[in-house]
Ligand binder design. Structure first.
Ligand code: SRM
Ligand code: SF4
Length: 571
């Protein structure tokens, strides 16, 4: 049932999707051409197959001045529900990074893995090799359901197993019917058929669609930041069903008030057996009512706000064939610390290792080599977390000491040696690969953390769990509006400062200051940290404290602490 209304104002991407012969376009021909880049149409279609054309923004200006073309390459994203893959698959991806990419892997905030720096001439071989490991890049990007998130903790209990099973079931059911991917990258024969896209329709979705499954006690996935959140309700030890949250999404555009971050609204409860039906219904609402004229407003969150929650509930009920039950009570959402050593409940252990910005490369710490050595020797199962970290699971008790010793040889003493702030800081890739970046993010993560750590330590807050999320633009890829502190790139070297969200991901933060220079962050945040240390309520987190005080009081604290000689941070 596709009810896409004819609309003269449809965006050019809409027309492209519909006329692309189910995402094939001219990709097969363009991939074998000698040009280092692809056409705009192919750029847009390639996203559906898990890859983005990018260029090195560090060299772009100098090359332009020298009359040279940009240095094009491709980012390739692996779609792996719940961040799961096995040891052999990890080692294969690691080898592919050396062979075709920039010799590193990057864990994403949605539990995926990205390669950067793949030359166009290697793209097909690279993606085919990924498939040979039985992983895929299909639908890792594009206007479809993206990589599903689910709590990464490898606890061997019925609840965790059930959630992962449901995530895998949904992920498989939501792949497009089109065989374009297999024909273009895996040399499957093309019989010239245009497949019936029963779920997505001929123009696919108006925009991406994100899904996460969470246990209330483990919201590491930031479930409310998704278009659809499924919050598990366990009763009497069995999964009764899911509370359904719709309309989360963080992206916004500076100076466009009709775009904004939004947390998903909990609308009702469905029995466990209806997980797929309600997911299809939610996707159907996005497909049929999402904005196909303006891609900046094409997310489900705007459908909810434009039409109202009652309308959305009624539409879901109509598609399910029965009224939606009221949400069931659950424990409040919480975020556990999965780093360090943990018993998995079945006799083995997992070790959570914090990887700054999820960048697995050989640098000051030889992350690639260290993880390769441990995974190859001990065969542990790697799991990617939404915090861009890695969990090494299925570790036998007898291997613990050996793994710790091997990591220590590489200077990794997880989790000791990592401050609380560093453990809870996320940063998106931004420059030099992201075409949308206005500022640095990943490359300033460590200096920003290093500048703030002594401020916190001086106030006795070294062990305080404060989440800091840095993005190079307002799109919010490191979920910068949903933690304790968000830094959102504005102009080179300056960030909008957001505070007042919460650690558990149940409240958005608000913009406190429009622009703070990176160098001024310690002096701007210090008075807030000091007031928090002195005046927090019992159990109150930093974001809760900022929320309680509100913007005016927080800005007054910053003003009061400002030395007369210090130039004012623009507001
Ligand atoms: Fe994102 C676009 C990276 C998670 C919201 N995101 C991009 C692109 C592809 C830039 C582009 O369109 O040209 C970035 C590639 C940069 C690079 O060099 O690799 C990019 N997003 C990422 C990753 C790698 C960030 C990371 O630090 O790990 C994450 C990949 C996740 C994955 O495995 O699928 C990533 N992006 C997110 C999240 C967080 C989440 O989903 O939990 C968000 C906020 C939630 C949301 O979707 O609203 C997010 N990314 C965006 C947006 C804003 C979309 C919107 O409708 O508002 C864009 C811009 C766009 O799509 O046009 C974007
Ligand atoms: Fe790029 Fe902006 Fe996403 Fe960072 S937040 S990766 S700068 S789109």
């Amino acid at each position: 049932m596709n009810m896409i209304a004819p609309d003269a104002k449809r965006s050019s991407v809409e027309r492209l999707k519909e006329t692309s012969r189910r995402l094939r376009g001219a990709l097969a021909e363009e991939l074998v051409s000698v040009a280092p880049e692809v056409s705009e149409d192919s750029y847009n279609l390639l996203k559906f197959h898990g890859t983005y054309e990018q260029h090195d923004r560090d060299t772009a200006t100098a090359r332009k001045q020298a009359g040279l073309a940009k240095e094009y390459s491709f980012m390739v994203r692996v779609r792996m529900p719940g961040g799961r893959l096995n040891a052999a698959q990890y080692l294969a991806l690691d080898a592919l990074a050396d062979r075709y990419a920039n010799a590193g892997l990057r864990i994403t905030t949605r539990q995926g893995i990205q390669f950067h720096g793949v030359a166009k001439g290697n793209l097909k071989a690279h993606i085919a090799e990924i498939n040979r490991t039985l992983l895929t890049t299909q639908s890792a990007c594009g206007d479809v359901a993206r990589n599903l998130m689910v709590t990464p903790a490898p606890r061997q209990d019925a609840a965790h197993r059930r959630l992962l099973d449901d995530a895998r079931m949904l992920a498989a059911a939501l792949l497009p019917a089109s065989r374009a991917y297999h024909q273009i990258f895996l040399d499957e024969a093309d019989p010239g058929i245009e497949e019936e896209e029963a779920l997505y329709g001929p123009a696919y979705l108006p925009r991406k669609f994100k899904i996460a499954l969470a246990l209330p006690e483990d919201n590491t996935v930031d479930v409310l930041c998704n278009d659809l959140g499924l919050i598990a309700v366990f009763e009497g030890g069995a999964l009764a069903g899911y509370n359904i949250a719709l309309g989360g999404g963080l992206g916004m555009t500076h100076n466009r008030a009709d775009t904004y971050p939004r947390l998903a609204s909990v609308l009702g409860f469905v029995p466990a057996a209806e997980a797929l039906a309600v997911t299809r219904a939610a996707i159907g609402i996005h497909r049929d009512f999402g904005d196909r004229a303006d891609r900046k407003r094409a997310r489900l969150k705007y459908v909810l706000d434009d039409r109202g929650l009652d309308w959305t509930r009624a539409e879901l009920a109509a598609r399910l064939g029965h009224p939606l039950a009221a949400p069931r009570p659950t424990a409040p959402l919480a975020v556990p610390d999965l780093l360090g050593w943990h018993a998995d409940g079945a006799g083995n252990f997992w070790l959570g290792i914090a990887i700054p910005s999820g960048r697995i490369a050989d640098g000051a710490i030889a992350w690639c080599s260290a993880l390769r050595a441990v995974i190859a020797r001990f065969g542990c199962t790697p799991i990617m977390t939404p915090q861009q970290d890695i969990l090494l699971a299925d570790i036998a008790p007898a291997d613990r000491a050996g793994i710790a010793a091997l990591l220590a040889e590489y200077g990794i003493a997880a989790p000791a040696g990592t401050s609380a702030l560093a453990r809870w800081t996320l940063a998106c890739p931004a420059l030099p690969t992201c075409g949308l970046a206005l500022t640095e993010a990943e490359r300033v993560r460590d200096p920003i953390v290093a500048a703030l750590e002594p401020v916190l330590a001086g106030l006795g807050l070294a062990e305080e769990r404060i989440s800091l999320r840095i993005t190079g633009c307002p799109n919010g890829c490191a979920r910068s509006y949903a933690g304790d502190i968000g830094l959102v790139g504005r102009i080179p070297g300056a960030y909008a400062l957001y505070v007042g969200g919460d650690f558990a991901g149940t409240r958005l933060s608000f913009k406190l200051i429009e622009r703070v220079r990176q160098d001024d962050l310690p002096s701007v945040l210090a008075p807030l940290f000091a007031a928090f240390a002195a005046g927090r309520a019992p159990g109150e987190g930093f974001g809760d404290f900022c929320h309680r005080l509100g913007g005016a009081a927080l800005r007054a604290l910053i003003e009061a602490a400002r030395a007369p000689a210090h130039p004012a941070a623009a507001d």
